[in-house]
Write a protein that binds this ligand. Sequence first.
Ligand code: EPZ
Length: 420
Amino acid sequence: MDKIRIHGGHPLSGSIKISGSKNSALPILAATLLTREPCTIHRVPDLSDTNYMVQILTHLGAQVERASGTVSVTADRVESLAPYDVVRKMRASVCVLGPLLGRCKEATVSMPGGCIIGDRPIDLHLKGFEALGAAVRVEGGNVKVFAPRLRGAVINLRGKFGPTVLGTDNVMMAAVLTEGTTVIEGAAQEPEVVDLANFLNKMGAKIEGAGTRRLIIEGVRELHGAEHDIIPDRIEAGTFLVAGAICGKGITVERVEPGHVEAVTNALASCGFRIESSARSITVSSNGQTSPLELVTDPYPGFPTDMQAQMCALLSTNDGISVITENIFPQRYMHIAELKRMGAQMQLEGATAVIQGVDRLFGAPVMASDLRASAALVLAGLKAEGVTEVSRVYHIDRGYERLDEKLSELGAHIERVKGT
Ligand code: EPZ
């Protein structure tokens, strides 16, 4: 297995271009199953997760072509069964359920298994499908949804931890081909949900309220093909802004939507960093004096849970005592033990991390456990004295396009060590 080796202490500078959003590309690729006609999606990042989605579409019978960031899909005929072997590699595969139910009035997909970041049920997705009139059956590790006819309904998708992103996407994709009007209350407002709704409307869907807590979907008989550009990846942008903060002399992220990253730039501005934004770029630099921060993760537009680990890495060397509370995935703290191996001082109290800032971190061999935790270890390695070796980097390749190369372009001394 590949490793990433970082020689820490080298300041970053310059600018970097942000790729298309993983969490937008996945449901949008799944949405192409809703029509027989060709769809062309641009700015699809080259990641193992988008490769998995292409495999699933191909397995379901779609013709898929891919060339440098553009994916063309024609799902003239589709199967409605997505088996374990294909689905087990990626939880987000669950978002083919909605399009298949909408188009074929039935779908069988392997139930997602356990996840290292915490409990991730799909009860809200299934509740939404049932409200549209589908029968739901879980057997033999598969979830089967079917309905001779779907009818519009009023559905509240808010759960114990707030709205669900992929749940909103899934029910929205089933509802666009459902007779009558569907109203989703407690909908997720993430930019990726808005991007999906925009793509569906380009295909001829009738969705209003995307970006608010209330979606109104007027069902149509069929959808046509469409062409779409995926939005920039706000979590990749946030990760590079934290890289610039943790050891930068001022870096600029380009091809970004500053509005989508506001919670992150506000947090950085509150703990010792200067932020300058323009229409499509953001520059971060040091204010010369860092300070502690109190942070809670929340659904959009709150502070994203997918940036929590990276902020732990930053605050580990900021002055003072910082406190982070994880409201979305309370157990999402696999990175803490590894950061402590690098000299960080952190305590976990339930879903809250208490971080005592230290003067310096030390390089060490560390283990990646999930996508964002592995990014945090790389960021800490950039700051640490000596060499850090991050193993299991396949986690990084799931969600970051060429992370090590991009950091190297900014001046990091970083290399990928091929596994034997
Ligand atoms: C999406 O996951 C993202 N994944 C995650 O990013 C992100 O962490 C998450 O949203 C929250 O922002 C993709 O978009 C592919 P949720 P999703 O349903 O949709 C609970 C990354 O690093 N819940 O919004 O699966 C759930 O357990 C990944 O890129 C239920 O209880 O997350 C969680 O506590 C990791 N029942 C909360 O809601 C349900 O049916 C929010 O989860 C569904 C969710």
